[in-house]
Write a protein of this length. Structure first.
Lengths: 703, 111
């Protein structure tokens, strides 16, 4: 019996504490992947208990096992196809009526079922009494009271899993019985299924029930088979009977009602609620937080706080990280002799690693905020408060936080989109996040605006650029919804979970988990890309130019620093990026960009902060920052440039791929190469079209 | 009591008044929304309390069985309900239009 592996799937409603139980069981040994074929996250953990290997799969949280949403389909298909040894159903014991719906559906599947009544500490606090033995009898599954918070029952659950597998515990396999008429129908259909060997390896009884419910997946599976007519005529007979007997109800509705009636009956027999139910705290809090007049200001205040915490407070640790890498660079600069290796190490690798790590404070703070919102229950209220606005552009209320985070930085914003459970909602949100102008683009606008616009107009121009981004985001969201994800939307019918005190430990753990995933996955891609961009910007070098400057440096009183700058500027045009810039001129001319601006844009792929410094290099201006005024001056005095070019350039910077880090995170979060390519192509095409329009229209106005 | 309800004209849940109790008479929603409603227990016969509309007027927050849920007006318009008045025994709740109004004490499992 030693070293046997037990394959366990965790199923349960959203907000049932499924993930907390998973964490309590699996500890740190988690692997995140994807369920095959779909972008629904699959969290898996393996651990040992008393000599057994337990492989635990955290199925997506679902209210049911209908085939209507990707999550539900994943959960159901997993149980049907992968056939786990056991399904552990996590149930919120304070809310049995709704949670047990899923339990009855699992019973229909006739799996080895173990019911965990989670939040048992809450139940005791609320003075609700549950007769667990009776529940076991009614549901034909072992029931384990537990609490992920107090860790009560966790050990017992583990022992149970093992004892059930090794046969020490025999479960009373009890199916959920419907009313007599329905049971007869099920029996008849089951016989048909058995005789015709229709079921293959699907459970017969379940299939019969699904035929009565006219489950679209089962219909699809069977409708091409020769015996379909026979099944259909049986179905029609059953439907007519139910229709007549129950005032025109559809069989599916009728079966759901029977399940609910069974649950209600079971609860009446097993649960005693306190005689005098106190006014629930959750409703008291909702009265304030969702208040007709104060609800919106409170919401805006909370959003403002999150934004400030993430991007203002986050600035300090970002500066520390930046400073740390700068001193590391200085230190290495001093001790390593000049060579190509040194250049790769300092300007490529260390700059690259720094570029990855610098986002960490943002990610960590934003995720702490988001997991606080989720754990307390306010996240569902966020959706409740802004859904009306978001719904207009075809999105879910929960898209709001990722979207506004985009104004700070697209990287944590795209990661924040994981609060959206629906794939269509999530991908649409992720696609439009870059159009919310991030903090790194601001210096570009500042330089361009001070170069081409009067100080009095500066504020208006900047505001217009931001508004234009929001406008493009809203249009894109609407477009994507209409064209691609038209039938994929999460119904808003959802629970507003009770307010709960978040557990600091699990929040810290989740946040760290996300941060670590970012470092591991995105880190490698960003690092590689930074090194490539560094190479492309430095090589090949032109030997003649190098020689010319070498000679100039030998001259007495030569300003070495200025010469170095001029050399870098001249060499840049010979480098791969310089060549790409020239190569791209035919496409960029209609937007008013010459090859020099192209170089800045290509370099800007690494990070938008680099756009300004690259322009500084091109124009051979010293370190950017305090001297960016001179950059503005040289842009202004350049006869090739005009206000039209400036506007066009800002619009392009606003809309095209924010940076390599964003693309890496998009790939990590969407887990789809195709969608990542679409993302890159879409932002580029939109940027080109918008800049083309802006450039030509402003030229019409003589700018 | 059942007969009394039948005589009353039903209204869509999207037009329900805050602070009142209703009983579901029919659900006409389709597809995923319909399934979700079934799974949440929003079926004919279920009683619910309308707690509030969101500050912008949509969605609606209701209390059903032992939990709070929200749904868009667009989804709620397919749920026909009848008015079963304010919470019995507790009189009317005050200022139910203002948002502060709430029902003082609720017995969930009424016979």
């Amino acid at each position: 019996m030693k070293n046997k592996t037990i394959h366990v799937a965790l199923a349960g409603n959203p907000n049932s504490g499924k993930t907390s139980i998973f964490n309590a069981l699996a500890g740190a040994n988690q692997k995140v992947g994807n369920f095959s074929g779909v972008t629904v996250e699959k969290v898996e953990g393996t651990f040992k208990h008393k000599g057994f290997n337990i492989r635990l799969i955290d199925l997506p949280g679902t209210y049911s096992l209908s085939p209507y949403s990707p999550e539900e389909k994943v959960a159901r298909d997993y149980i049907l196809n992968e056939k786990p040894d056991m399904v552990v159903n996590i149930v919120d014991a304070t809310n049995l009526e709704r949670n047990l719906v899923l339990t009855t559906q699992l019973m229909d599947l006739e799996v080895e079922l173990l019911v965990v009544m989670n939040m048992i500490d809450e139940v005791q606090k609320q003075n609700i009494q549950i007769d667990f033995n009776q529940v076991e009898q009614l549901f034909g599954a072992h029931v384990i009271p537990a609490s992920a918070v107090t860790k009560e029952g966790i050990e017992n659950l583990l022992d149970h899993i093992i004892q059930t597998k090794s046969g020490d515990i025999e479960t009373i396999k009890h199916k959920h019985t419907y009313t007599e008429n329905i049971e007869n129908d099920i029996l008849e259909l089951s016989e048909l299924i058995e005789n015709r060997k229709i079921a293959q390896d699907l459970p017969t009884r379940w299939m019969a029930i699904k035929i009565i419910e006219k489950d679209p997946d089962i219909v699809k599976l069977l409708s091409s088979r020769p015996y379909w007519d026979e099944i259909e005529s049986k179905y029609n007979k059953i439907k007519d009977r139910i229709f007549k007997a129950h005032q025109g109800k559809e069989p599916k509705v009728h079966l759901s009602e029977e399940r609910l009636a069974f649950i209600n009956g079971a609860i009446r027999e097993t649960v005693v609620f306190p005689e005098d139910e106190p006014e629930s705290l959750t409703e008291k809090i909702d009265n304030v937080l969702l208040h007709k007049f104060f609800g919106l200001p409170i919401f805006l205040l909370i959003m403002y706080l999150i934004f400030q915490l993430t991007f203002r407070l986050g600035e300090y640790p970002m500066q520390w990280i930046d400073g740390l890498f700068q001193s590391l660079t200085h230190w290495l600069d001093a001790i390593i002799p000049a060579s190509m290796i040194k250049s790769i190490l300092l300007d490529g690798v260390i700059a690259g690693v720094g570029g990855v790590l610098v986002f960490l404070p943002n990610i960590i703070i934003l995720f702490l905020c988001i997991s606080t919102l989720e754990a307390t229950g306010y996240m569902a209220r966020v959706a409740f408060v802004v859904d009306k606005l978001m719904h207009r552009i075809g999105l879910h209320g929960k898209s709001f936080i990722p979207m506004i985070s985009g104004f700070g930085c697209s990287v944590p914003a795209i990661m924040a989109a994981r609060t959206l459970r629906n794939r269509g909602d999530r991908l649409t949100t992720m696609m439009v996040i870059p159009f919310f102008s991030c903090g790194a683009k601001l210096p570009v606008y500042t330089v361009i605006i001070s170069a081409f616009f009067a100080p009095s107009a500066a504020g208006n121009v900047l505001f217009a650029v931001y508004l234009f981004g929001i406008f493009i985001a809203l249009i894109s969201a609407k477009l994507l919804r209409k064209a691609v994800f038209h039938d994929e939307s999460e119904p808003f019918v959802m629970e507003l979970p009770p307010y709960r005190r978040p557990s600091a430990y699990s929040m810290a753990k989740q946040t760290w988990f996300r941060a670590w995933m970012y470092i591991k996955k995105a880190g490698t891609v960003i690092l590689l890309a930074s090194v490539i961009i560094w190479f492309a910007g430095s090589y090949p070098k032109n030997a003649e130019v190098a020689q010319k400057y070498e000679q100039l440096r030998q001259v007495e009183n030569a300003n070495i620093e200025s010469l170095n700058r001029l050399e870098r500027s001249e060499q840049l045009s010979y480098s791969a990026i310089g060549r790409i810039g020239k190569f791209l001129e035919p496409i960029s001319k209609p937007l008013g960009f010459d090859w020099r601006l192209n170089i800045a844009l290509v370099n800007g792929l690494a990070a938008k902060e680099i756009v300004v410094s690259t322009m500084g290099t091109i124009y051979a201006i010293g370190e950017t920052g305090e001297e960016s005024k001179t950059l503005a001056e040289s842009l202004r005095s350049d006869p090739d440039y005009s206000q039209a070019v400036g506007l066009s350039f800002m619009i392009f910077v606003l809309l095209y791929i924010p940076c390599i880090a964003t693309v890496a995170v998009f790939l990590q979060e969407s887990r789809s190469k195709l969608w990542t390519i679409v993302f890159v192509a879409y932002t580029l095409i939109v940027a080109w079209i918008a800049s083309f329009g802006v450039y030509n229209i402003s030229r019409l106005f003589g700018l | 009591m059942e007969n009394e309800h039948k005589q009353q004209a039903s209204i869509p849940l999207s037009q329900a008044e805050v602070g009142k109790r209703y009983q579901v008479v029919s659900v006409k929603a389709k597809g995923a929304v319909n399934q979700r409603m079934l799974d949440m227990g929003l079926v004919p016969g279920t009683r619910l309390w309308v707690l509030r509309y969101a500050p912008l007027g949509d969605p609606i927050e209701i209390r059903i069985r032992h939990f709070l849920m929200s749904l868009r007006k667009d989804e709620a318009k397919d749920v026909e309900v009848i008015d079963i008045g304010f919470n019995k025994g507790q009189g009317q709740c005050k200022g139910h239009r203002g948002g502060w109004g709430r029902l003082k004490k609720r017995k969930i499992n009424e016979k």
